[in-house]
Design a protein around this ligand. Structure first.
Ligand code: ATP
Ligand SMILES: Nc1ccn([C@@H]2O[C@H](COP(=O)(O)O)[C@@H](O)[C@H]2O)c(=O)n1
Length: 211
């Protein structure tokens, strides 16, 4: 069983995907971390994340050990990620790994939950369940602000909101794998939902479908 969770920044898709995977005993892949690791590797080396050759080389030689680096959660890493993510060569370099994870989840798990921007449309178009998670920009910016401050990062509200809008715009308008709900995705607005309520909504969908 493959579950695809997509949506814009800080909509709550990662929280939902992680909790869903734990509840079902499935493996979870946060695909945003792959793009963050590539963008961050380029930026940290002083390169331009928007440069196709540099970014594609970084994607092809990506060290998966970097996915646990706390620096990946920064706003800067998110911006660098969205720049490398607009490049077709970078997306192609990361595609096989994501598809292999979904087809053969690690540790013998019976299923996989992947979250990102293009899971339901490109990575796993045949997923058993697709959920497109949304929330208003205001709510999402407040969530991210709280998260970054709790992580000890000194960030300004207007900068977080501006960066989020810019990142969402780039993700929605890029020519390759843009952020759009798959035709067969269920849209879940979490603006007024707690993480528990969002999880319950998806568990309810699975139960209704007999899965
Ligand atoms: N339903 C919710 N209600 C309140 N806060 C939430 C909810 N879901 C997630 N959060 C919080 O909002 C923040 C962003 O959530 P999360 O990381 O799940 O979003 P995301 O869509 O995966 O973001 P990104 O794409 O940037 O990784 C986290 O601090 C998380 O704890
Ligand atoms: N499937 C995906 C996942 C992510 N991206 C890009 O990475 C950026 C960071 O992702 P987060 O989920 O960690 O916020 C995001 O803004 C996208 O540009 C992607 O393109 N496809």
């Amino acid at each position: 069983m493959i579950i695809a969770i997509d949506g814009p920044a800080a909509s709550g898709k990662g929280t939902l995907a992680r909790r869903l995977a734990a509840a079902l005993g499935y493996a979870h892949l946060d695909t945003g971390k792959l793009y963050r690791a590539v963008g961050w590797a380029v930026a940290r080396a002083g390169g331009d994340p928007g440069d196709p050759q540099t970014a594609e080389a970084a994607a092809r030689s990506l060290d998966l050990g970097l996915l646990g680096d706390p620096a990946l959660s920064s706003d800067e890493a998110g911006m660098a990620a969205s720049k490398v993510a607009a490049l077709p060569g970078v997306r192609a370099a990361l595609l096989d790994f994501q598809r292999a994870f979904a087809a053969q989840p690690p540790d013998g798990a019976r299923g996989a939950v992947l979250d990102g921007r293009d899971i339901g449309t490109v990575v796993c178009p045949g997923a058993d369940l697709k959920v497109f998670v949304t929330a208003s920009l205001e709510v999402r910016a407040q969530r991210r602000l709280l998260e970054l401050r709790q992580n000890g990062q000194d960030v300004k509200e207007e900068v977080v909101k501006r960066d989020m809008r810019e990142r969402d715009d780039r993700d929605r308008t890029r020519s390759v794998a843009p952020l759009v709900p798959a035709d067969d995705a269920v849209v879940l607005d979490t603006s007024l939902l707690t993480p528990d309520q969002a999880l319950a909504a998806v568990m309810g969908l699975l139960a209704k479908r007999g899965q």
